[in-house]
Design a protein around this ligand. Structure first.
Ligand code: SF4
Ligand code: SF4
Ligand code: SF4
Length: 202
């Protein structure tokens, strides 16, 4: 996690609320999309754990009001994630085509998508866990598909004492010490910081 990460959540509110009055704010989503597309081939979902405004919003704004329950494994299933990806992306493209390229109307499509997905992420974040939405977010799924195996977390089994502290702090609720390959790891580094034996590294 970067020093700036906890503060990025404010951007979600600026785009979702400010965008209603000034639709060009919606174009910020293009910057988000470009950034994650550049980073994903080298670092997988690193953007999710370090630069995504909604990820920050989930960790630092939704967390205090979340039930912090277990994220249902079904949310991570590609049988759920792929249709969500196709439906949301298809809906967005359809709406953009309808705008006939009018700048403010296109901006409003992005703002609407931001409001829609933020609302769902708050609902799921409160009902399940702060990062429940990130388990099936289309942009997370895309990054996983592009670079899920890149920049992996490595567990030194000689040093690991199986205390489980790494799994307790993982915002994605991943089985940190159990398996080697975790394409949904968002590279936030919280488990690395929490490990008392220095058994984790990238
Ligand atoms: S999964 Fe989506 S909302 Fe969550 S951090 Fe990644 S891009 Fe942002
Ligand atoms: S925190 Fe470190 S020592 Fe504890 S289970 Fe995780 S990897 Fe092993
Ligand atoms: S496994 Fe570690 S780095 Fe990956 S998401 Fe969980 S806490 Fe963050």
């Amino acid at each position: 996690m970067l020093k700036i990460t906890p503060y990025l959540g404010i951007i979600v509110l600026i785009v979702s609320i400010g965008g209603v009055f000034y639709p060009k704010l919606g174009y910020f989503l293009l910057l988000v999309f470009a950034s994650l597309m550049i980073i994903a081939p080298f670092r997988g979902r690193w953007f999710c754990g370090n630069l995504c405004p909604r990820g920050s919003f989930a960790d630092f704004w939704i967390a205090p009001i979340s039930r912090k329950a277990k994220i249902p494994p079904t949310f991570r299933s590609m049988w759920i994630r792929t249709p969500i990806f196709v439906a949301l992306m298809g809906f967005m493209v359809f709406r953009i085509i309808q705008t006939q390229g009018v700048v403010d109307k296109v901006g409003m499509v992005f703002v609407t998508m931001c409001i829609l997905t933020t609302s769902v992420s708050i609902l799921f974040g409160v009902a399940f866990a702060p990062r429940a939405w990130c388990s099936f977010c289309p942009m997370g799924t895309l990054q996983r598909a592009i670079g899920g195996s890149k920049h992996p977390l490595v567990v030194d089994r000689q040093k690991c004492i199986k205390c489980g502290k790494c799994q307790k702090v993982c915002p994605m609720q991943l089985p940190v010490k159990e398996i080697q390959e975790m394409p949904d790891c968002i590279k936030c580094g919280r488990c690395v910081e929490a490990c008392p034996k220095g058994a984790l590294s990238f």
